[in-house]
Write a protein that binds this ligand. Structure first.
Ligand code: PLP
Length: 362
């Protein structure tokens, strides 16, 4: 079965010597490799400061803390995402207020965010779902109008761009995940890209128990809640090896995504996702809307290809559904949404086969 998602591990001959070196170096904790990974990742993103962490969820949690979200506050979010996006909001004791999606893209809709903003709203989380950039322009304007910080969850969207700049350059906080199945994996890991340098320094203290590594243990005074969220040299070494090849890995997702965009135009029973102006997706999954989704998934499975909706609507989790809301666009979008494989493991033959199958119907 051609899988929908797949872990990308560098070639044994390249990775193993580097791993062996770090494992027996006597320093596997957070050290030089972590520092180097952060600086290289900043270079890849092209702006902001990289706070490396042990998960994307940790990145969301720290972003919410740095945005000033506290117990009893509200955060506006989308229900069309992986659970960590919304579980993190509960970690700071805040409540989740749903905004609907834009039916054309599946991403959070600016007009519905505006409708639910209230005095308790302290942050907005936007998700580049499946690697498709959010409406950066519209969301930025709203954030400025109401003075509410935006956290971009780009866990699906490494390398996606808006106006030629990668995700990580547009909002005060951008979250990446380096978990097993993302564009870049460090086995587990994540990063928070922070534009403001003072908040970056504060983030470093939060990620390590509230201790400032620049001071001696004796000179330290913990004055707020910190966590154990840092990355270690072993994961960072894997990350460094991955970064050497990341442009071509991301490009393979993009090439396949563009191929599907072109070939699936005007195919019966398929509605393509639209992209916001000046945005370039990084197609972590290839998402589309189809009639008779169950039939589509079965037809693809019968032919050896995994297709799926992958995520459960987060408002169907009782713990996350603080304010049950009508989300008519999401209802419609979700009833038709399906993902097909789009990553580096999809060969030219695979993608031609998928097009032929879809054109034949289901
Ligand atoms: C993977 C993912 C995360 C973070 O996941 P971790 O496993 O904690 O690294 C956050 N948001 C979305 C949308 C994700 O898919």
């Amino acid at each position: 079965m051609l899988p929908l998602i797949k872990t990308s591990i560098p070639d044994r001959k390249i990775l193993m010597p580097r791993l062996e070196e770090v494992l027996y170096s006597g320093y596997v904790a957070q050290g030089e490799a972590v520092e180097l990974f952060e600086r290289k990742f900043e270079g890849y993103i092209g702006g902001g400061h990289t706070l490396s962490l042990n998960s994307g969820t940790a990145a969301l949690h720290i972003a919410l803390i740095l945005a000033g979200v506290k117990e009893g506050d509200e955060v506006i979010s989308t229900a069309l995402t992986a659970e960590p996006t919304n579980v993190a909001i509960k970690m700071v004791g805040a409540k989740i207020r749903w905004a609907d999606v834009d039916y054309k893209t599946g991403n959070i809709s600016v007009t519905t965010i505006e409708k639910v903003i209230n005095a308790k709203t302290k942050a907005i989380i936007v998700v580049d779902y499946a690697g498709i950039p959010v409406d950066v322009k519209g969301i930025k304007a709203l954030s400025e109008k109401y003075k509410i910080p935006v956290i971009e969850d780009a866990a699906h969207a490494l390398g996606a761009k808006y106006k030629g700049k990668k995700a990580g350059n547009h909002f005060p906080f951008t979250v990446y995940s380096f978990q097993a199945i993302k564009h870049l994996t460090t086995i587990d890991g994540g990063a928070l890209q922070i534009l403001d340098s003072e908040l970056y320094e504060k983030g470093k203290v939060i990620r390590w128990f509230g201790l400032d590594k620049k001071l001696t243990r004796m000179d330290n005074n913990i004055s707020f809640q910190g966590y154990k969220y840092h990355m270690n040299n072993v994961n960072a070494t894997i990350g460094l090896v991955q970064l050497e090849n990341i442009e071509s890995v991301v490009q393979s997702y993009i090439d396949n995504g563009k191929y599907f965009d072109e070939k699936l135009k005007d195919v019966n029973g398929v509605e393509l996702i639209e992209y916001y102006q000046d945005s370039e997706p990084s197609y972590w999954l290839y998402t589309m809307k189809v009639e008779n989704r169950e039939g589509f998934i079965k037809m693809m499975a019968d032919n050896g290809i995994m297709a799926s909706e992958l995520h459960k609507r987060n408002d169907l989790h009782s713990f996350l559904n603080d304010y049950p809301s009508e989300l008519p666009n999401l209802d419609l979008f979700y009833s038709k949404m399906v993902h097909i494989p789009c990553g580096w493991w999809v060969t030219n033959e695979d993608r031609e086969k998928m097009i032929d199958l879809i054109k034949k119907g289901w």
